[in-house]
Design a protein around this ligand. Structure first.
Ligand SMILES: Nc1ncnc2c1ncn2[C@@H]1O[C@H](COP(=O)(O)OP(=O)(O)OP(=O)(O)O)[C@@H](O)[C@H]1O
Ligand code: NI
Length: 275
């Protein structure tokens, strides 16, 4: 692994000081250019981990430990410093992609404003970048630019949200269940675009998913989370074939996967069932 870009050390997140930890002593590393999978059952703390990185934990929740981005501890940055990093250095695509754009402002205008908030580009230059990245995502750039988000399909909005992230060229992109609300084909396309972006910009990706097959197919390394703890980590092959933890065994035992073209996933002797 090359130099770590993001290092989470002993992260503990609690609803309040007295309550049980939602995340307990979590350790995780993402190197530049890596695609990392964070998998686990619903409610195990995947989104809270992303929120802690982004300083977007709800209400009274507090986080202890270290989240090092380069040599800066994100947990000790001011809100203002954090905001500067968001988007520009660290991009996020949420599960609820509709929330990426407000419904009252045209998609193009929002993209131009976001780009300009993070760079010294003129309106005209920002518009050119916006049209470029929308086209890059395989969208009809002019039409999407002029549309309100509710005039587009789910997949189109999701791709526009990725285009937005691409325009800001973050070093780290966090994708939280980005395909959950999409049909399989649209979901695959969205992941293809994320991979394309990674190849083009060299950014690292933290792919949060409860879809084990997706993690196997797309990531370089996988962290398995259970009830707020990382119980296992390794390459997709190790997690699939040589997992040690009973939870990973259970998780792998639940997978039903199709032997997809170019998936890189070979049938194994054990728990993963291919039909
Ligand atoms: N706003 C909130 N206030 C208090 N507790 C919360 C809040 N949001 C989530 N939680 C709790 O934090 C824990 C971790 O939730 P989190 O959203 O990180 O799960 P997840 O792994 O992302 O699940 P999913 O796969 O369903 O998205 C859960 O027990 C959840 O009930
Ligand atoms: Ni979640």
């Amino acid at each position: 692994m090359s130099e770590p870009l993001l290092t989470i050390e002993d992260l503990v997140v609690k609803k309040n000081k007295e309550s049980k930890a939602i995340i307990s002593r979590l350790n995780l590393q993402v190197a530049s250019g890596e695609m990392i999978g964070l998998i686990g059952e619903s409610g195990c703390g995947k989104s809270m981990t992303a929120r802690a990185i982004l300083n977007l934990l709800p209400g009274q929740m507090n986080a202890k430990g270290k989240i090092l981005y380069g040599n800066r501890n994100l947990l000790s940055l001011s809100r203002q410093e954090h905001r500067k990093l968001l988007g520009k250095e660290i991009g996020i695509i949420f599960q609820d992609y509709r929330g990426s754009f407000t419904p009252f402002i045209r998609v193009g205008k929002q993209m131009v404003e976001t780009i300009r908030a993070h760079s010294p580009l003129s309106k005209k230059e920002a518009k050119a970048v916006t049209l470029d990245v929308l086209a890059e995502m395989g969208l009809e750039a002019e039409r999407v630019y002029k549309s309100y988000s509710f005039q587009l399909s789910g997949g189109q909005v999701q791709r526009a949200a990725i285009a937005m992230s691409l325009a800001l060229k973050p070093s780290l992109l966090i994708c939280d269940e980005v395909t959950t609300a999409l049909d399989v084909m649209s979901g695959e396309k969205v992941l293809d675009y994320i991979e394309k972006m990674r190849k083009e910009t060299g950014c690292a990706v933290l792919l949060i998913t409860h879809d084990l097959t997706q993690a196997y197919k797309r990531t370089d390394r996988i962290y398995v989370m259970e009830q707020g703890e990382i119980v296992e980590s390794g390459t997709p092959e190790v997690i699939r074939c040589n997992h040690q933890h009973p939870f990973t065994k259970k998780l792998c035992g639940c997978v039903l996967a199709l032997p997809g073209e170019g998936s890189g996933v070979q049938p194994t002797r054990e728990k993963v069932i291919f039909i």
